[in-house]
Design a protein around this ligand. Sequence first.
Ligand SMILES: Cc1cc2nc3c(=O)[nH]c(=O)nc-3n(C[C@H](O)[C@H](O)[C@H](O)COP(=O)(O)O)c2cc1C
Length: 170
Amino acid sequence: MDMEFEKVIRDRQSTRKFKNMKVEQDKLDKILEAGRLAPTAKNIQPQRIFVLQSEDAIKNINEASKCIYGAQTVLLVCCDINEAFSREDHSTYLIDGSIVGTHMMLEATNIGVDNIWIDLFDRDIVKDRFKLEDCIEPVLLLPIGYREDDCPYSIFHDKRKDIEETVSYL
Ligand SMILES: Cc1cc2nc3c(=O)[nH]c(=O)nc-3n(C[C@H](O)[C@H](O)[C@H](O)COP(=O)(O)O)c2cc1C
């Protein structure tokens, strides 16, 4: 069991050239379920996930980001910032949304659906084109699908720092 999870962690890599096809509904359901099960602060579950796959939605998201890479299914992960846990000037909405995104990214990899986490997109265009309420804040895009045969190997995938550079025992 443990080894399988480790394989998912090791095998996942960013996909920057997708085949021109949507993700099948049964696989999409599994990915969305992994997002549903994600932990969030106080279990508030402020995530709002939009499945973009109509012709119009894909056109609009390509106008908001140059990093869609041909994907025909894109998950737009947002959070309701009015609902998310907050105290004083600190809100957990970015953390909650990121955990949801991570759950879905790893489940996608687990079931053979390639993916990439995208931060580089115009949030104003997204809010405008998808008519999001003011309280719905985009956190990430997750283009998902299948790598093209000539999709380049992710350039940074094998370039991780040594553990000593990022971990200190105190
Ligand atoms: C928070 C975050 C934001 C990212 N934003 C982008 C992006 O806007 N465009 C892009 O091409 N890749 C983006 N990536 C992918 C990273 O560049 C990639 O994960 C990293 O280089 C390591 O490569 P790997 O995912 O293949 O292991 C992002 C990844 C994360 C975690």
